[in-house]
Design a binder for this molecule. Structure first.
Ligand code: CA2
Length: 134
């Protein structure tokens, strides 16, 4: 099994700012932890982070064209704005899980809407970076 683990804007800043919300682990630490866990499970992972909406769409499409089996996505703030990412996930029809480190439903009003949720088979939120492994 091969999965795309896709992270959106500013998630490369993990561990650098706002540790009270997003924890102390850096993006590099997170990637290493995901890779080690996936190795144990015999899962091959493609780890991608981008601050650009179009690059995230390209990564979703590449997962489809390259025959990957599913997607784990933390779309960052594009969660709350991006019909393009919703359409990309619907378009490739790969099983996709939405992950949020924090629980956006308990934060500001504008974080309560997820455009992507409708296209995802599950949402994991508020579990810290452990949520990626779940
Ligand atoms: O809780 C999550 O994982 C979010 O997807 C994170 C997004 C936020 O816009 C969503 O509402 C919820 C923000 C990611 C930014 O990450 C940072 C990490 C460290 C320092 C600054 C930003």
């Amino acid at each position: 099994m091969k999965l795309l683990i896709l992270n959106g804007p500013n998630l490369n800043l993990l561990g650098i700012r706002e540790p009270n919300i997003y924890g102390k682990e850096t993006y590099t630490d997170l990637c290493e932890r995901i890779r080690a866990y996936a190795d144990q499970k015999g899962i091959d992972v493609r780890l991608v982070q981008s601050n650009h909406e179009g690059a995230l769409v390209d990564a979703i499409q590449a997962a489809y064209f390259d025959g990957l089996d599913g997607i784990v996505i933390n779309p960052g703030a594009y969660t709350h704005t991006s019909i393009a990412l919703l359409d990309a996930i619907k378009g490739v029809n790969l099983p996709t899980v939405e992950v949020h480190i924090s629980d956006p439903d308990t934060r500001e009003e504008f974080r309560k809407i997820s455009y992507l949720r409708a296209a995802c088979i599950a949402t994991v939120k508020g579990r810290g970076t452990q949520g990626y492994l779940e």
